[in-house]
Write a new protein. Structure first.
Length: 499
């Protein structure tokens, strides 16, 4: 473990924009209101309490939906330029408080400074892209059956969109749904994960508030499964976007289907990272380590299986193991480390069990496999095979399972030997081989000579198979996700009928 080096400087940088006196013990239903009960928010590295947010109850949904419904009509009536300007102002608010937000994200999620910087930057970009899509055409003029009537297909807001977000990248994964949904004229009710409701809820509420979003267009409910299910079932909520585990996604999809709601599901992954025998092994091991250890591998797109051709497997594992055992582990807010804490003790116990069971089933532990407090040491498992837990299960911890493949076809077979299909990567010295393999991988994202983790506002982000239900987030596709079609005809004179 790294020794404490720089706590006082970083802690003293806290400023007052997020001053808890404004939101402590409160919920944001169009405005800050005092809640009957509160939820404490803990820093995973130390257990220190960072704040307390107001807890919501399932029965609150009726009044939150009423507030959002009233606000949405006025908001959708504003011009596209007025809405776009609001998003540019919201981006400027985040920009002005960038350093405070980065410190908060590090502490609340246990992630590295670089990951927090990326999260704030990408959240700002989501806001700016949401302003930019408002210059896109809103529909089509259709061929008309009657030359005296105009026939139009236009996109209209859905009404109220419910957003359920996870804890791992809380601000960004909320923002990538919240921003385009509101920009396109909807009101939003957001439910952040109860472990990260400050970065994932309070920050968005404060930013929209400062930018001048009309009250009630954006609302935050705090709580766990019961409050989440109440949101999915709430009458008046027309769409749910859910980012989280496949198990909970299935439940959300089931409830949304029963209630005839549109639902966008962005779920788990077990993404293949393929290393061919002509790859630059040093670069491949560096990319593979990043893909498996970034944010302690608590990322849906993480490189979940290193699939390496037999000819280079021993050398690749040797380089990966050396890199892995050199990574410093500790509290990312107070120390200069590469690996921080896992989010909670239950997750850590699960990771540890998967590693132990995989070793018991015959895999070789090259490094790691131990932990100190909430810190799990980065782990390389070699000769992992089908049927072992580290081959089959999504591991939300810093573990790199290495699987040996005989040839290209075998590598593709192993890559697709999973229900998930979120991301994938191929490392090779040959563009031709890379393209040949990439085209055969069944995943929503795939990269040649890179690792598996990347997400930007402008790309169509989403997974295949058990990684989602076909929805795609991103400025290319947000019009499709967050609006619906209306056919409108207009004639100057009343139409005549024989009756
Ligand atoms: P989770 O499914 O446990 O929780 C996600 C959210 O759902 C939280 O807000 C939680 O409170 C809420 N929730 C829990 N039970 C619910 C229910 N019955 N009804 C409604 N809401 C409910 O996931 P997590 O542990 O927070 O996140 C990790 C998982 O998310 C991993 O599987 C990861 O791969 C996935 N993930 C996917 C993406 C993506 O874009 N595809 C991004 C990040 C994380």
């Amino acid at each position: 473990m790294q020794q404490t080096t720089n706590s006082s400087t970083k802690q003293s940088s806290a400023s007052s924009w997020l001053d808890s006196s404004r939101w402590s013990g409160k919920r944001f239903y169009g405005e800050w209101t005092v809640a009957r009960s509160t939820l404490p928010v803990r820093e995973p590295a130390t257990g220190e309490i960072l704040g307390e947010v107001g807890e919501s109850q399932p029965e609150d949904l009726k009044s939150v939906v009423a507030i959002a419904t009233e606000a949405q009509a006025g908001w959708a009536g504003k011009s596209a330029e007025e809405r776009a300007a609001l998003f540019r102002r919201t981006a400027a608010v985040l920009e002005a408080h960038r350093n405070e937000l980065i410190d908060l994200i590090i502490r609340e999620t246990g992630g590295l400074r670089g990951k927090a910087q990326m999260e704030v930057q990408n959240s700002i970009e989501e806001l700016l892209h949401s302003a930019a899509i408002l210059v896109h055409p809103e529909g089509h003029i259709l061929p008309s059956r009657d030359p005296d009537r105009l026939s139009l297909a236009r996109r209209v807001p859905l009404g109220i969109v419910g957003v359920i977000a996870p804890w791992n990248v809380p601000m960004l994964l909320a923002m990538r749904s919240v921003a385009p949904a509101i920009a396109l004229g909807n009101a939003v009710i957001l439910k952040p994960d109860p472990q990260t409701p400050i970065a994932g809820g309070v920050v968005l509420a404060r930013a929209f508030e400062d930018a001048g979003l009309p009250p009630g267009v954006f609302n935050v409910i705090n709580g766990g499964a019961a409050v989440g299910e109440a949101l999915v079932e709430a009458k008046g909520v027309r769409m749910i976007t859910f980012t989280g585990s496949t198990a909970v996604g299935r439940r959300v999809g089931e409830l949304a289907g029963k209630n005839l709601k549109r639902v966008a599901l962005e779920l788990g992954g077990k993404s293949p990272f393929i290393v061919l025998d002509d790859a630059d092994l040093e670069a491949a091991a560096s990319a593979g380590a990043w893909g498996s250890y970034l944010h302690q591998r608590q990322v849906c797109m993480a490189s979940g299986r290193h699939i390496v051709l037999r000819k280079v497997a021993a050398e690749y594992v040797d380089i990966l193991t050396k890199k892995t055992s050199a990574l410093p582990v500790g509290d990312p807010f107070r120390q200069d480390v590469a690996i921080g804490p896992l989010i909670n003790a239950k997750q850590l116990a699960r990771v540890d069990q998967i590693v132990k069971d995989t070793v018991a089933a015959g895999a070789r532990l090259m490094t790691g496999g131990t932990h100190e407090g909430p810190f799990y040491y980065p782990t390389v498992l070699h000769n992992v095979r089908s049927g072992m837990p580290a081959y089959d299960l999504e591991i939300f911890g810093p573990v790199a399972p290495v699987i040996v493949a005989e040839d290209e076809d075998d590598a593709v077979r192993i890559a697709n030997d999973t229900d998930y299909g979120l991301s994938g990567a191929v490392q090779t010295g040959s563009l031709e081989r890379g393209l040949r393999i990439a085209r055969r991988i069944r995943s929503g994202l795939v990269h040649i000579n890179d690792q598996t983790i990347a997400d930007y506002a402008e790309i169509p982000f989403g997974g295949m198979g058990a990684s989602g239900n076909g929805s795609r987030f991103g400025s290319m596709t947000n019009w499709e996700e967050f609006t619906e079609w209306q056919w409108l005809t207009v004639g100057g004179k009343p139409a005549r009928y024989p009756f």
